[in-house]
Design a protein. Structure first.
Length: 314
């Protein structure tokens, strides 16, 4: 369920475009006016505002926002106003540039979207960058990490709830054979996590835990992981098994004592505000002693904080 709230009475795109231009004029930008408009319009309404603004003033709203705003607020707002599919394509492209650190972005897009949604993201990627997401992932990775990420972005999973328990038990045993001696038969693991439906995988993970008294992620070997493959495999399993819990953990880690990771915080809030933020917020609160709103109010400041809070419906 979404948390972002859309105004009940919405002005026309022309009225919103005029109000935005007014917010940009004068001695300084009226950031609160920008937030009041754009944080409370849905994706279709934001697209119409962008089109109308360019038509009326012969300039890109995106470019104007980039020149008027700054810092984390500017980056968050410029991601927010994009079409949700284009937004994911843009984020995926940025992640391919430093994929050893940003592989979670690729995994999240591949594993939390439906098959149809993933195809839409890949189509948008092709239009924006004149190449495929698979091409860029392959070009910036090597070895097992490349094999895993390519399997995830290339798959078209069955999206139903039917489960074959015999297959689940069999593949739980395959997983155990692959990891029990501290070595990983990555071809079999990648085949399983990269092809099976989410429902089937959750049945397999459950069978593994029942049989071996340990979760799949805890059973994976620790230690040397030069290309980040094992970390990426753990991320994949967690993202598939319980995405709300996974994103709650990402948010908690993003606002830890060592400092705020604004990129991760922005990514989760902006990408999920219109989709499943209520469930993610609930998962966050279970892991923390405070609500997500309380944590963001403490760990952020200024217009960036106001914008994130508005996306959360506060």
């Amino acid at each position: 369920m979404a948390r972002n709230t859309v105004s009940q009475v919405v002005p026309s795109p022309a009225e919103d475009a005029a109000a935005l231009l007014k917010a940009f004029q004068g001695w300084g930008t009226d950031e609160q006016a920008v937030i009041a408009i754009l944080a409370h319009r849905d994706a279709a309404q934001r697209k119409q505002i962008m089109l109308k603004y360019e038509e009326m003033y012969n300039e890109s709203l995106m470019h104007r926002l980039q020149s008027e705003l700054s810092g984390d607020f500017e980056r968050a707002m410029c991601h927010w106003i994009l079409d949700p599919v284009e937004r994911q394509a843009v984020m995926a492209n940025a992640a391919t540039k430093c994929i050893l650190e940003e592989y979670p972005v690729i995994i999240e897009i591949a594993c939390t979207n439906s098959p149809a949604e993933l195809i839409a993201v890949k189509k948008a990627y092709h239009v924006l960058y004149n190449c495929s997401l698979e091409e860029d992932v392959a070009a910036h990775t090597i070895g097992k990490l490349r094999s895993l990420l390519l399997a995830l972005v290339s798959t078209y999973r069955y999206d139903g709830n039917d489960v074959n328990m015999g297959l689940a038990r069999s593949e739980a045993n395959i997983i155990n054979e692959a990891v029990r001696n501290g070595t990983t038969d990555h071809e079999e693991l990648i085949r399983i996590v990269g092809t099976r439906s989410k429902a089937q995988l959750n049945a397999t993970f459950s069978c593994f835990k029942d049989e071996h008294r340990s979760s799949f992620t805890k059973a994976l070997p620790r230690g040397t992981d030069p290309n980040g493959y094992l970390r990426a495999l753990r991320t994949t399993v967690r993202c598939i098994a319980d995405p709300n819990k996974y994103f709650g953990k990402v948010l908690k880690k993003a606002m830890c004592e060592s400092g705020t990771d604004e990129d991760s915080l922005t990514r989760v809030v902006v990408m999920h505000a219109e989709k499943d933020m209520k469930d993610i917020s609930g998962a966050f609160q279970k892991r923390s002693s405070v609500t997500l709103e309380q944590a963001i109010a403490t760990e952020t400041s200024g217009d960036y904080r106001s914008f994130l809070m508005a996306l959360l419906g506060s």
